[in-house]
Write a protein that binds this ligand. Structure first.
Ligand SMILES: Cc1cc2nc3c(=O)[nH]c(=O)nc-3n(C[C@H](O)[C@H](O)[C@H](O)COP(=O)(O)OP(=O)(O)OC[C@H]3O[C@@H](n4cnc5c(N)ncnc54)[C@H](O)[C@@H]3O)c2cc1C
Length: 278
């Protein structure tokens, strides 16, 4: 899985499947069910930390589900595997906008929806109108207000696969979106240029607090275990300096959590999804 995750660590999955379309996905799921093989859907692995022993089961990549279309009015629809920037660009071409804040977040719509990815105080689910899920072999559309979500989280049932999302946008001239994209990429270049593989912010910001400030206050900026390091550039980015193992990241994360608790009484919670065999 080190080949399929931005942290570039993690052992092998037993199976890695890339279904072509929904029918293909249904056939795959029913076969996995018959064989009693567990599975996990992924986007591009920008928020995944896979344990060193890998995944006992199947990884399902939604990368071929990447169509984006106009629904009419102010609404566009994107399949789960569409890249965030491609969705922003599509909206821009049709004179719509309002999701420029996801342009620099690496990954797919499926991953962004599941994580309620966001920036500058906005989350993607605030702009989401409807979600299409595959649940127990059937396809359902859900209004977003009927789902439970919050900061970097969307509650789904085990086994749900996000197939697509509809976004309700605003009319926006193309040059305005262009300016949003430019500003975002400039900010990311100056503040997030950590120079090594990462998963972006490793810990969530606790209520009313900023994780990197707590990490700094605990003296953990630059702290290292093996090849994993709390970046000197952005201390909430844990980076792979070359030869890190997943265990290095887990041990470093534990040290940071303990140090932050000792200095501030706050318990940091991982934003990255930790998966795989213990
Ligand atoms: C340099 C860098 C900067 C980043 N900046 C930000 C930022 O500003 N804001 C932010 O929020 N995040 C940021 N991230 C984290 C990451 O980009 C986001 O979490 C992104 O949404 C992950 O998308 P992905 O497609 O790679 O999902 P993955 O990492 O592949 O998956 C994430 C989770 O979603 C689930 N999932 C994925 N697809 C589906 C699906 N179709 N159905 C059901 N579940 C699914 C997976 O099982 C997993 O639990 C950053 C990461 C990096 C490397």
């Amino acid at each position: 899985m080190s080949l399929h995750t931005s942290l570039k660590v993690g052992g092998p999955a037993d199976l890695f499947a890339i279904p072509e379309d929904v029918e293909d996905l249904k056939v795959l799921l029913s076969w996995l069910g018959e064989q009693n093989i567990p599975w996990l859907p992924i986007g591009r692995g920008y928020n995944l930390l896979v344990r060193d022993k890998g995944i006992r089961g199947a990884i399902i990549s939604l990368e071929r589900f990447n169509r984006i279309s106009s629904v009419g009015g102010l609404v566009i629809k994107a399949e789960a595997g569409a890249e965030n920037l491609a969705v922003v660009r599509f909206a821009q071409k049709t004179g719509l906008g309002g999701i420029g804040f996801i342009s620099g977040i690496p990954g797919t719509i499926g991953g962004a929806i599941k994580m309620n990815a966001g920036a500058y105080g906005e989350g993607i689910l605030e702009r989401t109108d409807q979600l299409t899920l595959l649940r127990g072999g059937n396809i359902y559309d859900f209004r977003i207000e009927d789902l439970d979500y919050g900061y970097r989280h969307l509650k789904l049932q085990d086994g749900d696969i996000i197939l697509a999302a509809q976004f309700k946008l605003d009319e926006r001239e193309a040059h305005q979106t262009e300016e949003e994209i430019r500003k975002d990429s400039e900010l990311r270049r100056s503040k997030h240029n950590v120079g090594y593989p990462s998963a972006g912010s490793f810990f969530k910001n606790p209520d009313g607090k900023v994780a990197w400030r707590l990490i700094d206050a605990a003296g953990m900026r630059g702290a290292r275990v093996g090849g994993a390091q709390a970046s000197e550039v952005h201390s909430n980015f844990l980076v792979n300096t070359g030869e890190a193992s997943t265990q290095d990241f887990l041990d470093l994360a534990e040290r940071i959590i303990n140090a932050v608790f000792a200095t501030s009484g706050v318990t940091l919670e991982e934003e990255v999804r930790i998966v795989g065999e213990i």
